[in-house]
Design a protein around this ligand. Structure first.
Ligand code: GDD
Ligand code: MG
Length: 361
């Protein structure tokens, strides 16, 4: 089976992290986002993942080369010379997606995190016999998504409305599709939107079916959603009794800590914290609802809450970072500095406090 992951876009909403790497390579729960997806695809028997890329393909491919062998899956790239939207890339990669077997292929948006119930999707697709299946999930504010109106008994999609201006329903497109090869006959090689041009047409022909996604879902393409997404992800690990969660008297709620990280005496860590490889968390540090990426150092008695600390950065003694403070790669915050929502670009030193949410260039 084949799969295509849409990895276009510049990830502007996840700056400053995306100033160092493309969005799919930003770590989420101690692992680049795209690896969560590739592993899930591999687990259901996908043997080739095509990355539909429109910029910096070299960076992505050189990083993923290592995982081709580690995971035993072929990873190839289909590069656009101009952004082709969310459907055009499928037409461009046509020869890679069709293997002559007539089997359906997966398509994934690259910025969503879920439990990826892909086996259930394969069963659902075989059962309804239509041309295309999509996963849907319920959200409170559907206006920033594609809204799907479906028959709750059969799953048949009646309408697909991308970014509706008026309320049509609260089930939204989760960005996970399983499509028959015939869908490719509907798409031309030109910039086009699967949500606006392809799905509404398949729905009109009663060939589009939607399955309500079991478990959690989050588009983690912006800091606030990234932080709540981590909490949902860790909660799902906890419900499956995963042994990846840290244990100990210094741990509160759900926390993951890479084995090579060092944790000092008298720290209190959690809930909803991810600590990456090689991090050093010194004595007496307090961490909650935050991600500390690979190689970062948090010095004695600092407190980090509701924030993301980028790769190789450091927070000085008695520092206090909160309210969506985001440090890019290699940022150094001096002792005793306070940050309320500071967004700091890579390779900076922060010597004085940031009292209100702002960007430091
Ligand atoms: N290769 C390629 N080329 N990929 C692209 C391009 C392009 O020109 N444009 C967007 N993408 C990729 C993005 O990287 C992302 O993985 C996916 O297509 C969707 O684009 P977004 O820009 O993230 O769209 P969105 O979040 O506003 O809406 C989409 O996702 C929602 C769920 O998160 C839609 O699919 C909605 O219907 C959906 O509800
Ligand atoms: Mg998105």
């Amino acid at each position: 089976m084949k799969a295509l992951v849409l990895v276009g876009g510049f990830g502007t909403r996840l700056r400053p992290l995306t100033l160092s790497v493309p969005k799919p390579l930003v770590d989420f729960a101690n692992k680049p986002m795209i690896l969560h997806q590739i592993e899930a695809l591999k687990a259901v028997g996908v043997d080739e993942v095509v990355l539909a890329i429109n910029y910096q393909p070299e960076l992505m491919m050189s990083f993923l080369k290592e995982f081709e062998t580690k995971l035993g899956i072929k990873i190839t790239c289909s590069q656009e010379t101009e952004p082709m939207g969310t459907a055009g890339p499928l037409a461009l990669a046509r020869s890679k997606l069709i293997d002559g077997s007539g089997r359906p292929f997966f398509v994934l948006n690259s910025d969503v995190i879920s439990e990826y119930p892909l086996n259930q999707m394969i069963e659902f697709h075989a059962k309804h016999g239509g041309e295309a299946s999509i996963m849907v999930t319920k959200v409170e504010d559907p206006s920033k998504y594609g809204v799907v109106v479906l028959d709750d008994d059969t799953g048949q999609v009646e309408r697909f409305v991308e970014k509706p201006e008026m309320f049509v329903g609260n089930k939204i497109n989760a960005g996970i599709y399983l499509l028959n090869p015939t869908v490719l006959d509907r798409i031309e090689v030109r910039p086009t939107s699967i949500e606006k041009e392809v799905f509404p047409e398949i729905a009109r022909e009663k060939q589009l079916f939607a399955m309500v996604l079991p478990g959690f879902w989050m588009d983690v393409g912006q800091p606030k959603d990234y932080i709540s997404g981590l909490s949902l992800y860790l909660d799902s690990l906890s419900r499956s009794c995963s042994d990846k969660l840290a244990k100990g008297s210094n741990i509160v709620g759900n926390v993951i800590i890479e084995e090579s990280a060092e944790i000092g005496e008298d720290c209190l860590i959690g809930p909803d914290v991810a600590i990456g490889a090689g991090c050093v968390i010194e004595e007496g540090v307090r961490l909650s609802q935050c991600t500390i990426m690979r190689g970062a150092r948090i010095q004695k008695h600092a407190r980090v809450c509701g924030s993301i600390i980028g790769w190789m950065s450091s927070v000085g003694k008695w520092g206090r970072l909160e309210n969506l403070t985001i440090l890019g790669e290699d940022v150094h915050v001096w002792d005793e500095v306070y940050s309320n929502g500071g967004v700091i670009l890579p390779h900076k030193e922060i010597k004085s406090s940031i009292l209100n949410p702002s960007i430091v260039m």
